[in-house]
Design a binder for this molecule. Structure first.
Ligand code: SF4
Length: 434
């Protein structure tokens, strides 16, 4: 399997070749969604993964169908024709970006910066020195706390108070590899600031393609932060009280219930029960989106979709159409998140089947009266492709063996010791816990 697939370098999986479509910002028009659905049907096996970076993956492609698929995706401007750029446009934003709510609005619409960073990467001569896994997260300071996603660099919007009481400067605090730094970049120079920061980090990284995890492990996190500070203007240091605020690192807050926008319309979250759509589901979603929303499907990093701009009288129609194609609409169903990787049927490393198991688990736990949001992660080996974050309950396989284990509040990792279970005892073990 290619370590980090794109559209030019497909990964070999058990069910055929896999192509990842990186969609900076996770926004998709109905027209583009329809094109992707059609291409998945014609050139793949019709299945489309929703990823934990709000990207899409087409599965079951063959060596024969790959050239026509790539040509069609390029034609639709869904991918970059430059393979080096295409593999590095890993840019995640809040799926509620640009929407207005009565409370907890984003301070800024980060979709603008997602485009600006993508354009910068496309033209930047040093981009190849970033690892293809290098990821940017842009957090507009809204309710989902998107900066809590694993990242190399994250920028979170913040208003630094000015001299007058209603005066402020829009800035973006920098986090590296999941923890905040004391630096806040002014909005007017954000892209330039990113460029000089990356140059410095690349120099520190030496021959190795830049990843913040390995760099901070090699040099020490504090030393890396100090090095960054040496070349940033003194005014880019966050004020002391801001530095204090940054020490509290929030967790990701998926949207699970309808949310009213300031103009009286609604955002409706939908969840794909297996983290995967069929081409028919995506095509139907494109049609629902075309009829009822502002026009963009918003892919979420929790393997869901948000429809924004739905008028109140249309909510029931949207819900029944989404339910008819097998998506979860009710808050009670969405409080249980089941994340699953491709599993034994899709990946040579998988120790157990995950997708049907996710549906069985949902059925088995449906009537448990679950109030508190919980996440179950089915990872068919230690790699944790579907998520590297902690979940309330992790069911993990061990590569090269037939071992499956259950862990509370854990993230996938080699060497984790948990309760030994089998594929047949996954559901009984979960029923004891939930
Ligand atoms: S977590 Fe393991 S089994 Fe699952 S898709 Fe990734 S490599 Fe394959």
């Amino acid at each position: 399997m290619t370590i980090c697939p794109g559209i030019h370098d497909l990964a070999e999986m058990k069910d055929g070749l896999l192509a990842r479509l990186r969609l900076p910002g996770g926004l998709l028009s109905s027209e583009k969604a329809e094109i992707i659905a059609e291409l998945a049907r014609e050139y793949g096996n019709g299945e489309i993964d929703l990823t934990n970076r709000a990207n899409l993956q087409l599965r079951g492609i063959t060596a024969d169908t790959k050239p026509a698929l790539v040509a069609a995706l390029l034609d639709a401007q869904l991918v970059s024709k430059d393979p080096i750029h295409d593999r590095r446009r890993n840019i995640t934003i809040d799926p509620l970006s640009g929407l207005n709510f009565a409370q907890q609005n984003e301070l800024v619409d980060c979709s603008f910066f997602a485009k600006a960073i993508d354009a910068f990467l496309k033209a930047w001569p040093l981009r190849e020195q970033l690892s293809p896994k290098f990821s940017f997260v842009l957090d507009g300071g809204g309710r989902t706390n998107i900066a809590a996603l694993p990242h190399d660099l994250a920028f979170t919007a913040l208003r630094e108070p000015g001299a007058e009481s209603d005066d402020y400067e829009q800035k973006y605090t920098l986090s590296i590899n999941g923890s905040p730094t004391p630096y806040a970049y002014p909005e007017s120079v954000l892209i330039g600031g990113i460029e000089i920061t990356l140059k410095k980090l690349i120099a520190l990284s030496g021959e190795e393609p830049l990843r913040m995890k390995s760099l901070t492990e090699k040099k020490g996190r504090e030393a890396v932060i100090e090095e960054i500070g040496k070349f940033l203007p003194i005014s880019w240091r966050a004020a002391v009280e801001v530095e204090e605020q940054l020490k509290t690192h929030p967790i990701l807050q998926p949207l699970r219930a309808p949310l009213k926008e300031s103009n009286g319309r609604y955002c409706l979250p939908l969840l794909a029960p297996t983290g995967r759509l069929t081409h028919d589901q995506l095509s139907a979603l494109a049609e629902i989106n075309r009829q009822y929303t502002y026009g963009q499907l918003r892919l979420t990093p929790w393997q869901g979709i948000i429809l924004a701009g739905v008028k109140e009288p249309d909510i029931n129609a949207v819900w029944s159409r989404a339910e008819a194609i097998g998506l979860l609409t009710k808050e009670a169903d969405q409080t249980l998140t089941i994340i699953s990787c491709a599993g034994a049927s899709g990946c040579i490393h998988g120790v157990f089947e995950t997708k049907n198991k996710a549906l069985e688990i949902r059925d088995a736990l449906r009537n448990k009266g679950q109030q508190t949001p919980r996440t179950i992660h089915l990872s068919a080996c230690e790699k944790g492709c579907a998520s590297r974050e902690k979940s309330d309950c992790l069911i993990m396989g061990k590569r090269g063996s037939d071992e499956i284990s259950l862990h509370n509040n854990a993230a996938p990792a080699k060497g984790l010791v948990g309760e030994k279970i089998t594929a047949d005892t996954i559901i009984p073990a979960l029923k004891k816990l939930f």
